[in-house]
Structure formats: structure tokens, C-alpha cells
Write a protein that binds this ligand. Structure first.
Ligand SMILES: [Fe+2]
Length: 151
């Protein structure tokens, strides 16, 4: 007997506060101001200042240097990437924990990269975008990520 699984053809389901997402049905959306960087927003929890998402970089791309106002975690799913400030390279299965106050510039190798990531804030501020002198030039809030949410 074949059991119909509603998530196979449905982007989102929920019961109570539980949300389920078939991320294969989400479209990659290029991140504003960050060419070659793409996002699929899985869930946004405004009450708890949290966003969960998939993030992808095309080969040899970079995301602007930033300082974390939130706690971030990232699990690499595909490719090879690193931080300009460090020597280590992340491959599928590697995990990063980035507490508030971490500053770095993620860049991808010739393989590009895909990660699952989660940002957990204590308020709506998630990332401060820095210039080359580490001045804050922009602050990305939960609303910035919410604009990529596909219902
Ligand atoms: Fe980061």
C-alpha cells in the first residue's frame, strides 16, 4: 500500500506551532546587494528572533564582511568554502558555531557551497555589514530575511 505524503507536493504544512517545509519546492533568491549569494528561507520566528535558511554561493563568490549580533550555526551540505580571516575550509558535514561578536567574510572555492544555517537573536538585529575599516555600513534585521520568505 502506498501512503500519500502531503509534504511531497506541498511547500509548507503546520500543526500547532510546528512548521514543516519541503525546501526542494522553494526557489533560490539572490540576496540583495550580494551577487552570487542565494537564500531559501525555511522559517521565520518573529517572537523568538529566529530565522532558519539554506544559503548558497556560486563558485568564487563572497558575502560582505559582517559582525554577528545573533548566534549563528551553519552545517555545510555541499561544496567547499571558508572565511577570509581563517585557514580552514568547510566541506559537507562540517559545522560552524558563531556566537554574537564574531566577524568574518565567507567565500566559496571553485566548487561553490550550500549550507543550512540558523540565526538566533536576542532582538531583530542579525548582522552588521562592515566596510574594510570595520565600520558598520548596514544592519540586516529579521525583516531583511523575511523579504525572501515564500509562503
Ligand atoms: Fe557569519
Amino acid at each position: 500500500m502506498t501512503v500519500m505524503n502531503v509534504l511531497e507536493k506541498t511547500l509548507r504544512t503546520s500543526f500547532g506551532e510546528i512548521e514543516n517545509v519541503n525546501s526542494n519546492l522553494l526557489d533560490w533568491q539572490e540576496v540583495d546587494g550580494q551577487p552570487g549569494n542565494y537564500i531559501k528561507v525555511l522559517t521565520v520566528d518573529e517572537k523568538r528572533h529566529r530565522v532558519d535558511f539554506l544559503f548558497r554561493q556560486d563558485p568564487h563568490k563572497e558575502f560582505a564582511k559582517h559582525n554577528h549580533r545573533c548566534t549563528a550555526v551553519a552545517l555545510t551540505l555541499e561544496g567547499l568554502w571558508g572565511y577570509r580571516e581563517g585557514d580552514e575550509m568547510h566541506f559537507p558535514g562540517t559545522f560552524s558555531y558563531e556566537p554574537p561578536g564574531s566577524a568574518h567574510t565567507p567565500y566559496s572555492s571553485e566548487q561553490g557551497m550550500t549550507v543550512y544555517a540558523s540565526f538566533q537573536g536576542t532582538g531583530p538585529e542579525m548582522l552588521d555589514i562592515l566596510d574594510e575599516d570595520d565600520n558598520v555600513v548596514d544592519t540586516l534585521t529579521l525583516d531583511f530575511f523575511k523579504q525572501y520568505y515564500q509562503p
